[in-house]
Design a protein around this ligand. Structure first.
Ligand code: GRF
Length: 218
């Protein structure tokens, strides 16, 4: 299937009109999303909550996390979603971790993969198993500031506007076709924490918008 990318830096016009009301469309089969999360899992939770409220024609058969401390696991429990720990420290290579991820997602019939704060570099093993069906969220207006510490990079560059991006993941870190973006102004007194907090508000909107796009054309 093909998803028509939407690339804009105006958060106001980005969000699918279906979000916020029931988006269940019986013409499309329910989209089965496998989630990868390393940390807090707030992006994961907004997806789970939207599904629970009937706003997304999707389900989450499984969440995979790689860090035993990840708060995402507790959030999964709240929604009755199986959470499986695949610790990268138990793997000899990135490929070995990705092989375990693919096997787990296939066992749960996952169709699309969402990297919702996944702090591992992914390999061809994962991307080839789900070709152009792995999405990532990143806290900058890509292609600006890829890689780690994107919010700090934006502050150091003294940009006036930054934001967030949901894109289809290709092999190079934080590369691939852009599905949605939202702009966030940088305020004079911003710290990395205050700016990231405002970016996350927009992340949650474009994450839902991008998944709605995928679910509609699935
Ligand atoms: C987000 O800022 C995302 O852009 C980045 O990692 C963070 C994850 O946040 N890739 P959360 O775990 O979803 O709260």
């Amino acid at each position: 299937m093909t998803v028509n990318p939407v690339s804009t830096n105006s958060s106001a016009s980005l969000i699918s009109p279906e979000i916020g009301k029931s988006a269940i469309d019986s013409a499309h089969p329910t989209l089965k999303l496998g989630i990868l999360a390393s940390g807090s899992g707030s992006n994961f939770e907004v997806i789970a909550e939207a599904i629970q409220k009937g706003q997304l024609n999707a389900e989450i058969p499984v969440l995979i996390y790689n860090n035993p401390e990840a708060k995402a696991a507790a959030r999964a429990e709240k929604y009755g979603i199986p959470a499986i720990l695949l610790n990268h420290r138990d793997c000899k290579s990135r490929e070995e971790l990705d092989t375990k991820i693919v096997k787990t997602f296939q066992e749960y019939d996952v169709e699309w993969v969402v990297m919702a704060g996944w702090m591992r570099i992914v390999t061809k093993v994962l991307l080839d198993a789900f070709p152009d069906k792995v999405i990532n969220i990143h806290p900058s207006l890509l292609p600006s500031f890829p890689g780690i510490r994107a919010v700090e990079q934006a502050l150091a560059a003294k940009v006036k506007i930054t934001g967030c991006t949901v894109h289809i993941a290709h092999l190079e870190v934080d590369s691939g076709p852009i599905l949605m973006q939202a702009a966030v102004p940088v305020l004079p007194d911003d710290t990395a924490e205050t700016l990231h907090a405002r970016i996350q508000v927009q992340e949650h909107k474009i994450m839902l918008g991008a998944i709605a796009l995928i679910a509609e054309s699935h």
